[in-house]
Design a protein around this ligand. Structure first.
Ligand code: ZN
Ligand code: ZN
Ligand code: ZN
Ligand code: ZN
Ligand code: ZN
Ligand code: ZN
Ligand code: ZN
Length: 440
């Protein structure tokens, strides 16, 4: 305090026995002097005695409030300090509710009203009285407080009704579809159930009082429903009978004969379709690079047939090149013309083709026929080959005007029946022929 510095010289002038080291202390309660006492063991003994003059002077000195730093602007004589501190807004006082807090007067009102654990508060919602600490727990839990529904449905209601509302009444609550067990907001559940795959719906055929999950209805109607109208299983054979599924067995039992007849007709129809398809397949024209290899199977049977019927066997048609001449080979296994009964006859026929208009006529490509010796040792094979250059004057080599079935050009006496029986010309009941052209 500022007063102590001025007091010091006065002290030494009035009482010369005092040591220069003596200090003074001004307190709100009075002024005391301290002096060393040499009669004790300790280094310094203090003597304390009142000095009323000094005290008056000290008490009249101006001081600032000790809460200057906290913001108190009070400045006055020292003897007024205590009175000021009794009311200073920055001085600390214990909470009058004895809550154990010590606070400045400044914050006391706030403390008493809002934070003192021992304050008494009345809840505005339930009107109950609470000590402050219990009230803090009560805030946010008062069952009478009106709150918004947490599902944001827009409803406001006392907290005590909230649970029941959210569980049982709120139209925004989530709820499990009882059929498919997926979760939905309550207000969309009804819309969902118009589509829910597990929602039970009645069979459109009224087959049974029990309802069936929506997703199983198709299978039920198509495969299981006893009341569904079904077609006879011989429908594809031509039976047009339709009846409820439960009576179909009887129809099948009673119509075995007519069903069998329908099946026979179907088989015949399909057989002729197969033949047509085979023919169509046969007529698909091959493209060659000038070499056509022709394997004739079932030789023995076809040979016997040609003895009796003199059958001509014609190969599938082929093109000499991609855009070349269309032609076919033909054979008489037991010969024809001059070779009849003794030789294998081989011919080539020029057919009407797609590109005839851009080809050269007459046909002049040299042609060779070969029958292969099918010996597995290639060294020992003795293939038989004949070749010729077409004569431009022959009708066979002119541009074909229409697809007439005429005999081809070739060798009526190509290989004799005797020679054909030798070596491996016939192997695995097959012979293999080659028609080859010299392509320029
Ligand atoms: Zn103050
Ligand atoms: Zn308190
Ligand atoms: Zn309350
Ligand atoms: Zn709600
Ligand atoms: Zn569902
Ligand atoms: Zn049904
Ligand atoms: Zn039928």
């Amino acid at each position: 305090m500022s007063s102590s510095a001025r007091a010091s010289p006065r002290m030494s002038s009035r009482n010369s026995s005092r040591k220069a080291s003596t200090t003074s202390l001004a307190t709100p309660n009075g002024s005391y002097r301290f002096a060393p006492n040499s009669s004790t063991d300790s280094a310094v003994q203090l003597w304390i005695y009142p000095d009323s003059d000094l005290q008056a002077e000290v008490m009249n000195s101006h001081v600032r409030c000790k809460y200057y730093k906290e913001g108190c602007r009070w400045v006055d004589k020292l003897h007024n300090l205590q009175a000021h501190l009794d009311v200073c807004r920055y001085d600390t006082v214990p909470c009058p509710n004895q809550c154990s807090d010590v606070l400045s007067r400044l914050s006391l009102d706030d403390h008493l009203e809002f934070s003192c654990l021992k304050r008494i508060v009345i809840c505005e919602f339930c009107n109950q009285e609470f000590p402050g600490d219990a009230f803090d727990m009560h805030v946010g839990n008062c069952q009478y407080e009106v709150v918004w529904c947490e599902n944001k449905c827009g409803a406001k209601l006392e907290r005590r009704y909230l649970n029941n509302h959210m569980r049982n009444e709120c139209h925004k609550r989530t709820i499990k579809c009882p059929y498919c067990s997926k979760e939905f907001v309550y207000e969309t559940l009804q819309t969902h159930q118009y589509q829910c795959p597990r929602y039970p719906v009645p069979c459109p055929n009224r087959c049974d009082p029990t309802k069936i999950p929506r997703e199983e209805m198709d299978i039920h109607v198509q495969e299981l429903c006893p009341s569904a109208t079904v077609s006879c299983q011989f429908k594809h054979a031509g039976c047009t009978h339709k009846s409820p599924r439960y009576s179909m067995d009887r129809h099948i039992d009673e119509n075995t004969k007519s069903h069998l007849q329908l099946m026979c007709e179907l088989v015949q129809k399909q057989q002729s379709q197969i033949t047509q398809l085979c023919n169509a397949l046969y007529s698909v024209t091959q493209v060659t690079d000038g070499t056509f290899i022709w394997k004739i199977t079932d030789y023995k049977q076809k040979f016997i047939e040609s003895i009796y019927k003199n059958t001509e066997i014609v190969s599938e048609p082929f093109y000499s090149t991609r855009f070349g001449y269309k032609m076919a080979a033909s054979v008489f296994l037991n010969g024809n013309g001059s070779g009849e009964g003794k030789y294998l006859s081989v011919y080539i026929k020029i057919l009407q083709g797609e590109y005839d208009n851009i080809l050269e006529w007459p046909f002049l490509l040299p042609i060779s026929f070969t029958v292969f010796d099918q010996n597995s040792d290639s060294e020992k094979r003795a293939n038989i080959t004949e070749s010729f250059v077409p004569d431009p004057t022959w009708k066979h080599f002119q541009k074909p005007v229409k697809d007439v079935d005429q005999l081809g050009f070739g060798y009526p006496k190509f290989v004799s029946n005797e020679v054909m029986k030798t070596r491996d010309y016939i192997k695995g009941d097959s012979i293999i022929l080659r028609v080859k052209m010299m392509i320029f």
